[in-house]
Design a protein. Structure first.
Length: 235
């Protein structure tokens, strides 16, 4: 049985982690996929206008797809929690003796004497709702998710994808030659990938310089592969 105590400051940290995770998911794909697409098309066409149209279409489709994925993940988390709550209420109602033993076991695991175990269990089991909340958190290790989490996740991921995708595409808005625009796009995107990888790694506890280099290399390889394939096909 999980005896980890969930304090308020930890719960706030977890909510911030959810936002950070959404931004990382959206921004990493938003920087990489449109960058690779623009680079690939630059190897096949000379007009930036074609790449702009294709890039905007990809960003629109990609942000919707990524946002939908975030929404479904959040909805699944909520549905899982709701189903576990329903099951816990049923067990409290029909398997009370077992729930009593599991509650006492929790208090035993944190070092309470048998008398205190009985007192604490008796006190908490007086209120069915409070008892279920207790078992959800400390038996199953589940905190109640934000009911708006699915929608927030969809928006966070989708908007982050758009923000990331605009960066590699922006030079093509101002330069007619796709080759010239690609040079600026490569520089701008690789710098952004490096900065993004650095801060992402710092927040996740990974060596920031190694993390930044890894994210940059992945983006560069994806763009180079797309450009090379386009050149091969063109020939």
């Amino acid at each position: 049985m999980d005896t980890h105590l969930h304090h308020d400051h930890i719960e706030s940290h977890l909510k911030s982690s959810d936002l950070l995770r959404d931004i990382v998911i959206g921004m990493s794909d938003g920087l990489t996929v449109p960058f690779a697409l623009a680079a690939g098309l630059s190897g096949a066409v000379d007009q930036s206008s074609i790449i702009v149209v294709a890039g905007i279409a990809e960003i629109a489709a990609g942000s919707i797809a990524m946002g939908l994925g975030g929404y479904l993940a959040g909805k699944t988390e909520q549905d899982h929690y709701d189903s576990e709550v329903k099951r816990e209420y049923d067990e409290v109602e029909h398997l009370r003796h077992r729930e009593i033993e599991e509650t006492k076991e929790f208090f035993a695991n944190i070092g309470l004497s048998e008398d205190l175990q009985n007192q604490a269990t008796e006190e908490i089991s007086k209120d069915k709702d409070r008892w279920v909340d207790f078992m959800m958190k400390y038996e199953l290790g589940l905190d109640k998710p934000d009911p708006k989490r699915a929608t927030k996740s969809a928006l966070n991921i989708g908007l982050s994808y758009i923000a990331g995708g605009v960066i590699p595409l922006s030079p093509y808005f101002f330069m007619a030659s796709s080759t010239d625009a690609l040079k600026i796009s490569v520089i701008a995107t690789l710098i952004c990938l490096f900065v993004f990888g650095y801060f992402k790694s710092r927040t996740t506890g990974v060596n920031p310089w190694w993390g930044a280099l890894k994210v940059t290399l992945i983006g560069a390889l994806a763009a180079a592969a797309a450009f090379g394939v386009a050149k091969l096909i063109e020939q």
